[in-house]
Design a protein around this ligand. Structure first.
Ligand code: P6P
Length: 291
């Protein structure tokens, strides 16, 4: 019941965020997040809405938000507060003012330690704010999509979502001139095979495309500019890796499964190769080649 109430309340939060995005202030909030990135008013608002709804469940003890600089413990105690949640309230928010899709990403753990390997998640979900507002979740029994209807209800639109063994789409994040040699060879191989490039700059819609089309690979690699990659383990990589593995795909740092990485701090970042098993395995083969 606890997991259901968390997923339900994130769905409620997403309706407020969806409305604010389409009608509200797209300007700067005048504050910065943990990483020194300027926060949009929408970032701060989305974070507040989700925090309040998670507290309202009465089932969450601790939260870590990408927009907060430390772990938040809900003071109102209670033996039912048996979950910890890591979330990115509005990933890709800078895309809103050019009217591109963005998303909310949520990772759920049992107990009061949110700094666990992703393999320990008991659930994960995301919401895509695009032409339609859709909610995708798994609690370990397959992947389901719900779509927000005109009455403000989320109705089941897909169930048992499964990825093919291989596909023909690739989402190549990072700057090409900063690619390391092994990654460059991997990307060149996909292009020689005729893979089609699909990249919006929004992690959530880019992953959602691969999941719902059932094929392809998203990568944001280690680069000469950042050997750890750009995307964050707690808020972005672990929940998406959980969902993609639940759909029969794979998610790797290029050297090991994302879900087996032990988080070292809130800002832990990793390179990522996520999508169909065959492409992820191919990437790992290239990354294993000594430079
Ligand atoms: P780049 C958005 O800022 C984000 O965190 C992810 O949503 C997205 O996948 C990535 O960064 C895009 O990064 O370097 O291509 O702009």
């Amino acid at each position: 019941m606890g997991l259901a109430s968390i997923i339900y309340e994130v769905g409620v939060a997403s309706k407020y965020i969806n409305h604010a995005m389409r009608t509200g202030d797209l300007g700067l909030a005048g504050t910065s997040n943990l990483y020194g990135e300027e926060q949009l008013a929408l970032d701060v608002l989305a974070d507040e809405i989700i925090k309040d709804r998670l507290d309202h469940t009465g089932r969450v003890r601790k939260i870590i938000s990408e927009e907060q600089s430390e772990i938040i413990i809900f003071e109102r105690s209670g033996r039912l507060r048996q979950y910890s949640v890591c979330y990115d309230p509005l990933d890709g928010s800078s895309l809103v003012d050019v009217n591109l899709a963005v998303g909310t990403i949520v990772s759920i753990y049992a107990g009061d330690d949110p700094l666990q390997p992703g393999r320990n998640q008991v659930g994960a979900m995301y919401v895509v704010y695009g032409p339609r507002t859709t909610l995708v979740y798994s609690v370990g029994k397959g992947v389901f999509e719900f779509t927000l209807n005109s009455l403000g209800e989320f109705t089941l639109s897909r169930e048992g979502i499964i990825l093919k063994e291989k596909g023909n789409l690739y989402s190549p994040g990072g700057l090409r001139q900063e690619y390391l040699p092994q990654h460059e060879k991997f990307i060149a191989t996909l292009e020689e095979k005729g893979y089609k490039l699909r990249y919006s700059g929004g992690f959530v819609p880019d992953i959602n495309q691969i999941l719902l089309k059932g094929q392809g690979i998203f990568t944001y690699p280690a680069t000469t500019g950042n050997l750890h990659g750009k995307l964050r383990l707690l808020f972005e990589l672990n929940p998406m890796a959980y969902l993609i593995e639940q759909a029969g795909g794979a998610a790797s740092t290029g050297l090991m499964p994302i879900l087996d990485v032990v988080p070292e701090h809130l800002d832990h970042r990793c390179p990522i190769y996520i999508g169909c098993r065959e492409e992820v395995a191919l990437a790992e083969k290239f990354l294993a080649i000594p430079v």
